[in-house]
Write a protein of this length. Structure first.
Length: 193
């Protein structure tokens, strides 16, 4: 299967065909070794249920990374980047130096400080796709493919995509693409009362 992958950037290669074979990337999914104690991961690492957060199993190594999730219903949630030192039991995330997240109310938090906020008329709704780019300095947000011009920065070190919620059950699809880390996360939020 690895032989099927070729470089997706024109700058790669040895001057010959312009394509070089790349090694197969591991499956990106939710990491059962880095999740909150009240979180359960099922469906082969594609569904998160409970209260708390979970990191993806692959860090963002490339200079520019992108991941996204689709909101299938509303509730208390957050998505962003975090180091492995983050407390995944303490929601909402963004309270410490180990996480930088967009919260369901449109605020972007890092180190217990609001770094930015989505415009009030651009809060993610059911069916929307929220995308995040991260270049190891700045996190940028996209709503249905449109740049929201809502940058935030401050987190340091090796970071992973992170997702959290309170009383949740989210379906997660993490997809990778060759040459950059791309993650697609579909969230199906279920409120429990």
């Amino acid at each position: 299967m690895a032989a099927m992958f070729t470089c997706c950037l024109g700058c790669c290669g040895d001057g010959g065909s312009g394509h070089i074979p790349l090694k197969e990337m591991p499956t990106v999914q939710l990491d059962t070794h880095h999740m909150g104690t009240d979180v359960v991961i099922v469906k082969s690492g594609r569904r998160i249920c409970g209260t708390g957060g979970c990191l993806a199993n692959a860090p963002l190594h490339q200079n520019k990374s992108y991941f996204e999730f689709k909101i299938q219903s509303t509730g208390v949630w957050g998505i962003g980047v975090a180091t492995q030192k983050v407390n995944l039991n303490q929601v909402p995330l963004g309270r410490d130096t180990n996480s930088l997240v967009l919260r369901h109310d449109g605020s972007v938090y890092h180190n217990n400080e609001e770094k930015n906020r989505l415009p009030a008329n651009s809060l993610p709704q059911e069916g929307d796709i929220v995308g995040i780019t991260y270049d190891h300095v700045e996190l940028n947000l996209y709503l249905n493919g449109k740049n929201m011009h809502c940058p935030a920065s401050g987190i340091r070190g090796t970071v992973y995509p992170v997702v959290y919620g309170k009383f949740i059950c989210w379906l997660v699809d993490l997809l990778t693409k060759v040459c950059t880390n791309f993650f697609k996360i579909e969230a199906n939020l279920c409120e429990y009362y």
